[in-house]
Design a protein around this ligand. Sequence first.
Ligand code: ZN
Length: 352
Amino acid sequence: MQNFTFQNPTKIIFGEGQIAALGERAWFVFSGIEPNPTYETLMQAVALAREKNINFLLAVGGGSVIDGTKFIAAAMNFDGEPWDILAKQAPVRDAVPFGSVLTLPATGSEMNNGSVISYRAKGDKLFFTSDVTYPLFSVLDPTTTYSLPPRQIANGVVDAFVHIVEQYLTYPVDAKVQDGFAEGLLITLTEVGPQALAEPHNYSVRANLMWTATLALNGLIGAGVPQDWATHMLGHEITALHGLDHAQTLAIVLPAMLTVRREQKRAKLLQYAERVWNITEGSEDERITAAITATRVFFERMTVGTRLRDYQIGGGSIDTLIAKLTEHGMIALGEHGEVTPEVSRKVYQVAV
Ligand code: ZN
């Protein structure tokens, strides 16, 4: 239990004004929730929160802290082994209420009920959702992002971009509003992403980035339309096995995924090419290829490598990645359920 502090009160993390905002409430700090938050760490928080009879949680941080808080909130009152919430998708009917103060625009966790947790000892990275794990409120102040390292800004832009693509780039269902929103968010990211790296203290850029990342995964653009999420599932296995950042795995998998499934996604890829990247010249196949290339170039412009070899990973781990996907039941992914382990293998191979 050396990774965190749990004390009352502390001024280690918060400024005076933020502490004052807590008023007369009794409060404690649990710090040390890591990127790709682990079951091991979070269960320490659960034990202490139970011991202190905590009745409200406030997540101050990025998606990992908010996802971790959702799990703590769900596990505190869970009857049984809390890992079952993830491994067996055991229903969560009761959770301690929580809010969030977002400091890292990326995951959208501040306005949804999803959470992704890793079990380091098992090499697993799994997700859960529940109707009772929405934040009661979230505070989004773009100035809290000024001090973020460039790598976290770049990762946030890529993660938000891929969240939108997972809900947009499937097949047409005449959902004009969802498509229009998604395309607007994608175009915004192509504009503000590089600006956010170049001008860390530009309020307007950071505000637009923060709001885009939230809207990318708050349910709005995904309502009533087919969704994919295969890129995320394949990416999670890379993080679990090799420890790469979440967004790095997405930057690796997405271009390969679109390449392997370009026929199934043909109509939407053409729409994406025209409306997001303004690609209107050439044959259909040339436009699709150009759109996939533009996606890869954008990620690389954000300084995020798009191939496994960029992270010194070869094809030798593909068998393990496929075995883990299969173990986790990820054998019919994508909007048509057509991403079998064989298709996933092709994606990983293209991504090398
Ligand atoms: Zn993500």
